[in-house]
Write a new protein. Structure first.
Length: 95
């Protein structure tokens, strides 16, 4: 994380980079810019299928260097929730 960058901004950047890598690899069909999506948007409305979600979550685990537990994932409903989780996990991984 760079100076002046918040945990949420850092998480948004990581998520955007993850989406880019997955699209380049052909494992993400969603073509939107995740940074332009309101954080209050429900994850289920993004049109990402279940296999893509599993791939995305595995990529996020790799990027943040922390395991995402089922109990944490069950609480995710919005993009903001996902970014908060990523921010928290990234900061835990940096310790």
């Amino acid at each position: 994380m760079s100076d002046g960058e918040t945990g949420m901004e850092f998480a948004a950047t990581l998520l955007a980079q993850t989406f880019q890598r997955m699209r380049a690899a052909g494992s993400m069909s969603w073509r939107g810019d995740i940074r332009s999506v309101d954080t209050a948007t429900a994850l289920r409305t993004l049109g990402i299928d279940s296999i893509e979600w599993v791939s995305l979550l595995l990529e996020i685990e790799t990027v943040v260097g922390q395991r995402l537990y089922d109990s944490e994932l069950a609480e995710l409903t919005t993009l903001g929730d996902l970014l908060v989780l990523m921010s928290r996990k990234a900061s835990e991984g940096a310790r």
